[in-house]
Design a binder for this molecule. Structure first.
Ligand SMILES: [Zn+2]
Length: 503
């Protein structure tokens, strides 16, 4: 007799994202063991089986966020969440509430965006109203700008570089770094951030993240959570390039680890960002005729780095946004013995030329892209300013990657962490050249990430023997493609365990 299932989901619409849909599925020991139509009472249900009646809800493979920063995600859950605050007053109120609840010296808030306010900006006086004896800082959504109170200015004034102090408590770039250095989380605080982040991820239907980590206690904290049995999201760690020597020395290689925490690749920058006019373009920016971007890591250094990592058996994840940077990454990958077998990746890859897309397909290089970035790619957005209409519409051409056969993995870069929002943008893209079908977009957010993480035989799919990593949606994205962003996650299952359930 076949052993009973641990968990049965019945009376739903189970989409394997292939041709078939099913009514029901059964899970045992963290794996899918049965898929069925016309659910019948004998379906592997025993006395110990938990049965969830889906009531027609939709089941998909759990989302794989192929590019995120979990510590950043956690900051919204631990500190004051300033996202969506309507103005300085609401920022002050949220920080006051945080000040009342925390015994920490610092009072921190993250994610305000003054571009939607009537008020011009956040000022020192707004934060002085939070506390006059504790340091208070509000960090803007882009993480490159902050406003602080008088206590911070008095204690850290000497360290703040004059050129990055705008006055009235407002700081940018290196001055913000001083705040980061002073508030850097210790291992215990890092664990608290990661617990908040995994909760957020599970609430969004995410079952696996490819986390980009740099000078952080996160790798250790993730492993401790795993050992304690407290990890509710699978984590693939992509280490920063500074760690290459240590990775080689300690023998950590791509795909080494447990089922829950494993070594991904090693990450490097090449160029900067479109927002900062630092993504590398062959032609000048539309709104800055003298600027064509800049190398954060130049092509020669990049080639050496890629060769070393590839030799050591490490997958490379290279940030490249502008066409020139993408070409430089592909030049470096072309020199590897077998870039496709190593599944080297281009992160963002926003402005790849037709030629570059062909080369990525030929080399077997993964495009790791963020469909939520299309929020800046509309007719009145940032990309129109920076690039003009033609290049804006030539950014993020997901269909071209698919047609060429480039493995496409979607992620959020935590702006914000929300796969359904990303799927929404890919389906409702500003231009035809950027638009995918619902099924294609969902595949890039499930099977695509699984492939980038070498797990396509058991992740990002629903079939017998696959990991029981699943998301249950309240409504069908195929039935309301124009408002996928508003669909709620009803439940998230990781390794056969229900890790999130609405209500
Ligand atoms: Zn990132």
């Amino acid at each position: 007799m076949t052993a009973a299932a641990d968990l049965v989901l019945r009376d739903g619409e189970v989409h394997a994202l292939g041709d078939e849909t099913y009514d029901a599925l059964a899970v045992r020991d963290g794996r899918v063991v049965q898929l069925a139509n016309d659910y019948d009472a004998g379906f592997l249900v025993g006395t110990g089986t938990e049965v969830i009646d889906l009531d027609g809800r939709v089941v998909l493979p759990g989302f794989v966020d192929a590019h995120t920063h979990m510590e950043t995600v956690g900051q919204y859950g631990v500190h004051a969440d300033l996202r969506g605050a309507s103005g300085p007053e609401e920022v002050t109120e949220r920080l006051q509430a945080r000040a009342a609840e925390t015994g920490d010296e610092w009072v921190l808030g993250y994610g305000y965006d003054e571009s939607a306010w009537d008020a011009d900006d956040l000022h020192r006086s707004d934060l002085d109203a939070v506390s006059d004896d504790r340091p208070v800082a509000a960090i803007r959504e882009d993480m490159h700008t902050a406003t602080v109170n008088g206590v911070v200015l008095a204690e850290y004034g000497d360290e703040l570089p004059d050129s990055d102090v705008l006055g009235d408590g407002r700081l940018v770039e290196d001055a913000v770094e001083v705040v980061y250095a002073a508030t850097e989380p210790d291992p215990g605080e890092t664990e608290e951030l990661l617990r908040a982040a995994q909760r957020e991820a599970n609430e969004r239907g995410v079952t696996c993240v490819h986390d980009m980590v740099r000078q952080s206690h996160a790798p250790r904290a993730f492993r401790e959570l795993d050992l304690a049995g407290d990890l509710t999201v699978r984590v693939r760690l992509n280490y920063w390039r500074d760690h290459l020597d240590a990775l080689i020395e300690t023998g950590l290689r791509t795909n080494h680890g447990s089922g829950m925490v494993e070594v991904g690749g090693v990450k490097t920058y090449t160029d900067g960002s479109l927002g900062g006019h630092t993504a590398k373009l062959p032609e000048p920016y539309a709104d800055a005729p003298d600027e064509t971007g800049k190398w954060v890591v130049d092509p020669e250094e990049l080639r050496e780095f890629v060769a070393r990592a590839d030799d050591a058996g490490l997958q490379v994840t290279a940030h490249a946004i502008g066409d020139e940077a993408i070409d430089a990454v592909l030049d470096a990958y072309e020199e590897c013995a077998d870039a496709g077998a190593s599944r080297h990746r281009v992160e963002h890859a926003e402005l790849a030329s037709d030629d570059a897309i062909e080369r990525m397909a030929d080399l077997g290089v993964v495009a790791s892209m963020q469909p939520n970035f299309l929020k800046w790619a509309g007719g009145e957005g940032l990309y129109e300013d920076r690039l003009g209409t033609e290049r804006r519409e030539a950014s993020n051409r997901f269909p071209a990657y698919r047609e060429a056969g480039v493995p496409l993995a979607f992620g959020s870069d935590c702006m914000p962490l929300d796969p359904l929002l990303g799927v929404h943008y890919a389906v409702n893209a500003p231009a035809e050249s950027q638009s995918l079908s619902v099924t294609e977009a969902l595949r890039a957010y499930t099977a695509g990430g699984a492939y980038a993480g070498f797990r396509e035989d058991e992740q990002g799919t629903i079939e017998k023997g696959a990991l029981a990593d699943l998301v249950v949606l309240e409504e069908s994205p195929w039935e309301r493609p124009e408002s996928i962003r508003d669909i709620d996650v009803a439940a998230t299952i990781v390794d056969g365990e229900v890790v999130y359930r609405a209500d």
